[in-house]
Design a protein around this ligand. Sequence first.
Ligand code: NAD
Length: 360
Amino acid sequence: MNVFSHPDFDDHEKVLFGSDPASGLKAIIAVHNTNRGPALGGCRMWPYNNDNEAMRDVLRLSRGMTYKSALANLPLGGGKAVIIGNPREQKTPELLRAMGRLIESVSGHYITAEDSGTSVPDLKIMAEETSYVAGIHEKHCLDGQLRSGDPSPSTAYGVFVGLKSAVQYRLGTNDLSGLKVAVQGVGNVGFRLAKHLKEAGAELWVTDIYDDMVKRCVNELGATAVSSDEIFGLDVDVFAPCAMGSILNNHTIEQLKAKVIAGAANNQLENDAIHGEALRNKGILYAPDYAINSGGIIDVCYERLGNDDPDALNQHIESVHDTLMEIFSRSDSEQQSTHIIADAVARERFANPRNIHQAA
Ligand code: NAD
């Protein structure tokens, strides 16, 4: 397996392979960049088909975290960990403790958090061996409830703020009353986003693969239910993808009538270069996913730093507005699609880390 010549190797600072035969742990920690601070990113457990798949995932995801945290002006770098194995069959307390010791061996250059295949109880077991674990302490979330490890309310709030910014830029209004929004996926983030939109007076169309999730929106928010296929071609102002990745592709972009895309899902563009440009050519303003969905990482960062001032957290999440406005106006002046500008702004922020948000 190649490392330095791997196509996804991007001058990562550290790539650490760890194994513990007694517990069956096989894991990789990648620290992409720590210019702005320690590398924070989730620990994913997944039954990768081979080591190469795990390597590709950890290199790409850790790099993505550097960009996301830099764009959010956090005092954090980017890192990620992957455990190779099936979380339903191979996750044991011994394996999680061995992972905790591996994280401890990186001496705080990497801080772990929840991800696919790991949960808050798992992180608490890792925390028996290392203090470099985020997202495990109970706190009052933005919705007023006491919880640990669920950054969804903050993510949803950030997406709501960013959606308003995109509407202001593209449609020239700050008033969301009567705005038509299609939300794809009404789970943890999508439902909360829909609630914010409803409170602001927007009209909602929703879809989900689970009927109960859709019914909740119809009954509580007066949303109109549509099928998974119908959601793309609706005559709406905004399309908010809050389900899964690669949702902006040849098939869906062709159908879109919305002028703004602003949603929580990660990796929305199936192919960055092709589909970012296709949206721009169609006059659709795309709020880059990792710029608009940073509320969750901001929340986790505040918790990690012991800053429990909800006003400071809110203000920081609201800074997504300025970041997006910079991306949108540079996209116009430099005639480049928004995802390219987002990458450039992020690189400026982690190459020259002066503008770290003071509150964090
Ligand atoms: P979730 O699992 O709670 O909700 C996703 C919803 O999408 C589910 O209800 C699911 O049934 C639905 N769905 C899946 N495929 C669908 C399809 N083809 N059509 C319609 N609906 C479909 O997840 P979440 O926490 O709400 O996250 C949503 C997205 O936002 C994910 O892509 C996630 O990676 C991203 N994200 C989440 C956070 C966070 O704080 N939770 C932070 C950043 C990014």
